[in-house]
Design a protein around this ligand. Structure first.
Ligand SMILES: Nc1ncnc2c1ncn2[C@@H]1O[C@H](COP(=O)(O)OP(=O)(O)OP(=O)(O)O)[C@@H](O)[C@H]1O
Ligand SMILES: [Mg+2]
Length: 255
């Protein structure tokens, strides 16, 4: 059981935060995750049902580590706490609404198809394989999607056409990539009031570790989930790296 008295004063103050928005910035290895784990114990102590607590991170490794630390330090009563990557969360939100659709984790072959020449057997081909290789296309399109850019908003004409073809091919095959999970989750939250209400009432307290890794699309999703209660605590080690977070203040994170 993580004890408040084992933490230093700054950690203790953050770990005891219950309601409302809170931003914590602290150096690498300074005990941020320990603070979050203690906070989970404190929330449970304060009467928050464990299954209404969400701890979110951005990598599977960080999620595994936090999940293990929560159960090891707090015990079996913390098992219902949801510890998830942001993609895992989006997956559980989106897939039940996408019957017949598949998630594809390996998308290289689709980029090969859209970069290849247009032909009777490949109507999605753009013929740009000389100008753009698979890896660069994946990077450029991933970056555009995570900046909320649609194909027509992309400046580079080659990337724009390859992006369009890639989206068309995925749609025709009823496939989603990992970026789509987040975009779809945000779309449903924006356009489906019942869905939004259901998702927003799922968790009463949300913590985000490694917040320096957040991007615009992920931030939209987290912010929207926390909208009704604003019980959102985010922890990171380098907020300077986050667009729009220079000089972040807690009251600014909920906008
Ligand atoms: N107040 C404390 N006193 C002594 N040791 C501590 C304290 N807080 C954390 N630690 C220890 O310091 C180490 C790093 O802690 P932790 O993983 O929580 O840091 P972190 O800031 O999340 O690290 P990272 O930047 O790698 O994510 C752990 O071994 C943890 O047990
Ligand atoms: Mg950590």
């Amino acid at each position: 059981m993580p004890k408040l008295e084992d933490l230093n004063e700054a950690q203790r103050e953050a770990a005891m935060h219950v309601d409302g928005p809170c931003v914590v910035v602290a150096g690498a290895g300074s005990g941020k995750t320990s603070m979050l784990v203690t906070r989970v114990a404190e929330l449970i102590k304060a009467g928050v049902p464990p299954n209404r607590i969400l701890c979110c991170t951005f990598t599977r490794k960080a999620t595994k580590e936090m999940g293990e630390r929560i159960v090891r330090d707090i015990g079996p009563r913390a098992k219902p706490v949801v510890v998830s990557t942001i993609h895992g969360l989006a997956l559980r939100m989106v897939m039940p609404k996408m019957e017949g659709w598949k998630l594809v984790s390996k998308t290289e072959w689709m980029f090969e198809v859209v970069l290849g020449p247009k032909s009777t057997v490949n109507r999605y081909g753009t013929g740009f394989s000389k100008e753009l290789n698979v890896e660069d296309a994946m990077l450029a399109i991933g970056k555009a999607k995570n900046s909320k850019q649609r194909p027509e908003q992309v400046e580079d004409p080659i990337v724009r056409q390859v992006y369009r073809a890639y989206e068309d091919l995925k749609k025709a095959r009823k496939m989603l990539d990992f970026d789509d999970l987040l975009l779809k989750a945000n779309e449903f939250l924006r356009t489906d009031a019942n869905f939004a209400q259901k998702m927003q009432s799922r968790f009463t307290h949300i913590s985000v570790d490694e917040f320096q890794d957040v991007n615009l699309v992920q931030w939209d999703l987290i912010r929207k989930l926390a909208e009704p209660h604003h019980n959102l605590l985010v922890v990171g080690d380098d907020f300077q790296s986050i667009y729009g977070f220079r000089g972040a203040r807690p009251e600014l994170i909920i906008c």
